[in-house]
Design a protein around this ligand. Structure first.
Ligand code: PHB
Length: 365
């Protein structure tokens, strides 16, 4: 019988992971206006190389897919060189790293877009509220609905990002289908009111996610491609009239593509089936059929429980991994965890980024 604990090994497609602890993808905004990671980014990921798998912060596949200040990209030569330093540093430290491929869609602002064009989306429906830009806080704008003939270009942007991630030396890639960004905007009917073959039925709304994933699989092979979904997520003004049906379909179709994992962000409000709350990871794992990474709000006890129950195969840790670069070692011996400082999450620079010590090192707890 397989042992399923955080510190048990697992085969993930072509990779053999020494533990089931994953560094969750997290925006850290240290890539500058060129959106190319420098030395400090390599240091940050290498410090966390004891994770079974590292997943990078969301990385835009094209300038149109950018939505925040100082987040990285994967379309230019400088970006590829910067990421090559990151993957070299992680591999030298004994780790494995996937790049998360991203297009923000409507979750952007014209001041962050090429030629100050409007952000693109399935439908011209704005996110409520404001977003942080280089010009301060700005209202989200009503995006421009993509024309049907433009859809193949979006798929090609992801394909190209996947190719460049390969050049940059990654071990695989994760397609960002979660958290109200472009692929999620197409998937859920609150943000997709299209009447062409990219909207309407669940199959039509899932088409972009599946075609993008298929293109990425053609570049990498399925055993090095994961997908992240956030069923019932409400961030970025997301909603769906039947999230159980929508996400069950997506998980099943992704399973058919044979991708190596499905990464599920736990919703804050549970999915309901026949009036009863169901576990999103357990439900989607049943439909997907392969390995599942559970994410959002896990501590050691909850993580061990979800693994033991067989509802997930790996668990991603976010904020705790920011402030504890040696998180796997600390979890193993139940060492105290250092508290994170929210004010430095996106502040730029080394502070609150690469200066959290490991246990037993100078300055460590
Ligand atoms: C963010 O930068 O706020 C962000 C990025 C990617 C996510 C979620 C949030 O998936």
């Amino acid at each position: 019988m397989t042992v399923r604990t955080l510190h048990s090994s697992i085969a993930l497609g072509a990779l053999s992971l020494p533990n089931r602890i994953v560094l969750a993808p997290m925006t850290r905004a240290r890539a500058g206006i060129e959106r190319a990671p420098g030395e400090i980014v390599a240091q940050y990921y290498a410090q966390r190389a004891s994770a079974g798998l590292l997943i990078t912060e969301a990385t835009s596949v094209a300038p149109e897919g950018v939505g925040y200040t100082d987040t990285p990209g994967i379309w230019s030569e400088d970006q590829v060189c910067g990421w090559r330093n990151v993957t070299d540093a992680v591999h030298a430290a004994g780790g494995r790293i996937f790049m998360q491929l991203w297009h923000v869609g409507r979750s952007s602002h014209s001041s962050l877009q090429p030629r100050r064009q409007l952000p693109v989306a399935p439908t011209a429906i704005a996110i409520e509220g404001q977003t942080y830009t280089y010009e301060g806080m700005q209202d989200y704008e009503v995006p421009r609905a993509l024309e049907t003939h433009e859809m193949s270009q979006v798929i090609e942007q992801f394909r190209r990002g996947a190719q460049l991630a390969k050049v940059a030396g990654f071990d695989g890639v994760e397609v960002h289908g979660a958290n109200g960004y472009l692929l999620d905007q197409f998937l859920q009917d609150g943000s997709n009111h299209r009447t062409d073959e990219w909207g309407g039925s669940i199959a039509n709304r899932a088409r972009l996610l599946l075609e993008v994933t298929n293109a990425v699989v053609e570049v990498w092979s399925a055993d090095r491609v994961g997908v992240r979904l956030s069923p019932n997520g409400t961030f970025n003004s997301m909603s769906d009239s039947d999230p159980v049906a929508t996400f069950s379909f997506a998980a099943e179709q992704l399973g058919r593509l044979g991708i190596v994992y499905l990464h599920v962000v736990e919703p804050s409000a549970p999915l309901m089936v026949h009036g009863l709350p169901v576990s999103a990871v357990a439900l989607l794992k049943r439909h997907f059929g392969g390995s599942v990474i559970a994410a959002q709000g896990y501590d050691k006890a909850k993580a061990e429980a979800v693994l033991k129950a067989g509802d997930a195969d790996l668990v991603a840790f976010g904020k705790a991994f920011i402030s504890n670069p040696d998180l796997p070692a600390r979890l193993k011996v139940d060492a105290p965890l250092a508290q994170w400082d929210v004010s430095t999450f996106y502040a730029g620079g080394a502070k609150g980024y690469v200066d959290y010590p490991a246990l037993g090192s100078a300055g460590g707890a």
